[in-house]
Design a protein. Structure first.
Length: 203
């Protein structure tokens, strides 16, 4: 009888243990911690997608209107010739000095120094722009011509001073007369004045 009671007791306890469990509502763990997933997702993702960045760049960087004649003429051409205008401006300063030198009959040392400076600057312009559109400008060809004339006049004046003690002033072989030199200096002055006008009105 005791064995039967023990057996019944053991079976009762076993059944109670197997059927036992939590009675109630379990918390929604996924909903409770969803904010952590959201924060992690926001931190790991870039603030803008590649597509968004490309779209923003397209809006900011508008294509150059190269088909617009006004844009090409005013913006592109002007920008490309700005270096030429800067170089020409340097020559204008030299020509102003040369004109003053010619008008005030300054000594040959000053004259030759200014002419030498002019020749160097014009030679730079000749080499720099000889294969560029600027070489077709009137100002370009005028500078080349003026430089050659200034060189020839400086050589004539220098040689005249060197040879005047050896060649009689009245000799028919004397080409370095005062009249000949004055004619060359007057011609150079006129050319310098005209060239300054052309360069200052260059656009």
């Amino acid at each position: 009888m005791k064995k039967i009671l023990c057996l019944i007791f053991v079976l009762f306890i076993s059944n109670s243990a197997l059927g036992a469990g939590y009675v109630g509502t379990l918390p929604d763990v996924e909903a409770e911690f969803s904010y952590l997933k959201k924060e992690k997702s926001e931190k790991s993702s870039a603030p803008y997608s590649v597509e968004q960045l490309d779209k923003q760049n397209e809006e900011k960087l508008k294509p150059i209107p190269r088909e617009n004649d006004n844009y090409v003429d005013i913006i592109i051409k002007k920008d490309k010739s700005s270096a030429y205008l800067k170089d020409v401006n340097s020559v204008i300063i030299i020509l102003e000095k040369l004109r003053k030198c010619l008008n005030t009959n300054q000594n040959i040392q000053m004259f030759n120094a200014i002419v030498s400076n002019l020749i160097d600057n014009v030679e730079y312009i000749r080499v720099e722009y000889k294969d560029k559109p600027e070489s077709n400008y009137l100002s370009y060809s005028r500078l080349i011509s003026l430089s050659a004339q200034a060189r020839e006049t400086a050589n004539f004046r220098t040689q005249g001073i060197a040879y005047e003690k050896y060649i009689p002033y009245t000799s028919s072989d004397n080409i370095y007369t005062k009249e000949a030199l004055d004619e060359k200096l007057d011609s150079l002055l006129n050319n310098v004045t005209d060239t300054i006008f052309i360069l200052k009105n260059l656009e």
